[in-house]
Ligand binder design. Structure first.
Ligand code: SAH
Length: 349
C-alpha cells in the first residue's frame, strides 16, 4: 500500500505522521485512541475538520467490512469479512466464561498446503496488514456491542509467514491506548515454521504458542502437511525446546484426529513417546481436535470412543491432553470454509 496505513502505525510513528501533515503533536495520541476504538473519521468528534480532510487525502484506514455473518446456537459468530481490495477473510467471535475471544486471520488464503484445511485450497492471495488484523476485532466488537478480551491468531493463514505484521499486530493489541490486551490473553498457532518459532522466542512477547503437529511420525506428517518436508519433526521439536528454554512458556500441540490416519491407540503411544523423549521436562499440552471434514477432501473424524482412548493413552503416559470443545459446530466455524463457499459461488476465480 503506497498511502499511509495509519491503523498499522505504532504511537510514535503516528505522532511523526501527524507532525508531517502539519498538525500538533498531541493529535497523535488523540488519533491513536480513536483509531483503536474502532472509529472511522466521521466519528472522531474532537478532531478538527481540516485535519480530517488531510487524513482523508494522505492516509488510509484499511478496515474490513462484514460480507456475511453466521450465528451459532451456542452464541458463536462467524464473520466473512471483505478487505479493501475485495479479498475475503474469516474471523470467529466466541463467548467463554473468562470473556469474549476473537479468532483472527493473518493472511488471505495460505500457502502451507495442509491437506485437511480449507484455507489453503486456493493458495495464498496475500498477507494481511496489522491494521486488517486489528480491524477484524474492532469490526466484530462494534457489531456485537461487546468488548473483546482475548485474541487467538488461529484463523486463515500462517502467522509466521507474515511475521513482521503479526508482531506489529500483537504489540498494537498490547498498547495501553489501544485494546490493551496483554500477551497472556493472546494465543498464536503455527504449522511449524521452526525458524519463526526461534525468532519469536526473542521478541519478549509471552504469548501462548500452539504448534500444529497432527502426526507423530515424519512419514504421516509429510502426507498431510507439506511444511514437514522443510521442517521435519525433529527440527520442529528442537525449535520448541529452544523456545521453552528461552521463555519458560508452556507449548500447546494441536492434533487433529483423522480417522484411519492418526487416531489409533498406537499413534497415541508413538506421540507420547515422541514428546517425552524430545521434550523432557518441558511443560506441554496436547489439544485434540476431531477433524472438521471439508467437502474437497475425504477426511473423517473417528468414533468418540477412539478419541477417548487416545486421550487416555496419552494421559497414562504422562502427557496432558484435552479434547477441544467445539464451538460453532453448526455454522462451519473451522477456518476457510466460508471463504471457500464464496469461491464456489464464483468469486475470486
Ligand atoms: N497456520 C496456523 C494457524 C491456522 S489453523 C497453523 O497451522 O497452526 C488453526 C488450527 O486449525 C491448526 O491447528 C490447523 O491445523 C487446524 N485445522 C485446519 N483445518 C482443520 C480441520 N479441517 N479440522 C480440524 N482442524 C483444522
Amino acid at each position: 500500500m503506497t498511502l499511509n496505513d495509519i491503523l498499522s502505525m505504532y504511537p510514535d510513528e503516528l505522532t511523526a505522521f501527524v507532525l508531517e501533515i502539519g498538525e500538533e503533536k498531541y493529535r497523535g495520541k488523540q488519533l491513536f485512541k480513536w483509531l483503536h476504538s474502532g472509529a472511522g473519521l466521521d466519528q472522531m468528534s474532537n478532531i478538527p475538520k481540516k485535519m480530517k480532510e488531510k487524513l482523508a487525502e494522505k492516509a488510509v484506514i484499511p478496515s474490513v467490512s462484514i460480507e456475511n455473518k453466521l450465528v451459532s446456537s451456542d452464541g458463536t459468530v462467524k464473520y466473512l469479512f471483505r478487505c479493501y481490495d475485495g479479498e475475503y477473510i474469516e474471523s470467529v467471535f466466541m463467548r467463554h466464561d473468562y470473556g469474549n475471544t476473537v479468532c483472527v486471520s493473518s493472511q488471505a488464503g495460505c500457502r502451507m498446503g495442509c491437506r485437511f484445511c480449507a484455507s489453503t485450497l486456493h493458495g495464498l492471495s496475500r498477507s494481511l496488514f496489522a491494521s486488517e488484523m486489528l480491524s477484524q476485532i474492532y469490526t466484530a466488537q462494534n457489531d456485537m456491542g461487546e468488548r473483546v478480551s482475548n485474541v487467538v491468531i488461529m484463523g486463515m493463514g500462517e502467522p509466521f509467514d507474515n511475521y513482521n505484521n503479526v508482531i506489529r499486530f500483537i504489540r498494537l493489541l498490547n498498547d495501553e491506548n489501544g485494546l490493551n490486551i496483554g500477551c497472556r490473553r493472546i494465543s498464536l498457532s503455527t504449522c511449524g515454521l521452526a525458524d519463526g518459532i526461534r525468532r519469536f522466542a526473542d521478541e519478549g512477547l509471552p504469548v501462548t504458542l500452539s504448534v500444529s503437529l497432527h502426526s507423530p511420525t515424519d512419514e504421516q506428517r509429510n502426507a498431510i502437511m507439506p511444511v514437514n518436508r522443510r521442517y521435519p519433526i525433529a527440527t520442529l521439536l528442537s525449535a520448541c525446546r529452544d523456545y521453552f528454554e528461552r521463555t519458560g512458556r508452556r507449548i500447546s500441540f494441536e492434533y487433529a484426529l483423522i480417522d484411519g490416519q492418526n487416531n489409533s491407540e498406537k499413534d497415541a503411544e508413538t506421540l507420547a513417546a515422541l514428546l517425552k523423549s524430545n521434550l523432557p521436562g518441558m511443560a506441554i499440552h496436547v489439544n485434540l481436535i476431531p477433524v472438521n471434514p471439508i467437502k474437497e477432501r475425504d477426511f473423517r473424524r473417528g468414533e468418540k470412543i477412539m478419541t477417548e482412548k487416545f486421550v487416555e493413552t496419552l494421559e497414562k503416559r504422562g502427557v496432558n491432553a484435552t479434547v477441544r470443545r467445539r464451538l460453532g459446530a453448526d455454522i462451519d466455524a473451522s477456518c476457510g470454509q466460508l471463504r471457500q463457499r464464496k469461491y464456489d459461488d464464483g468469486a475470486g476465480t
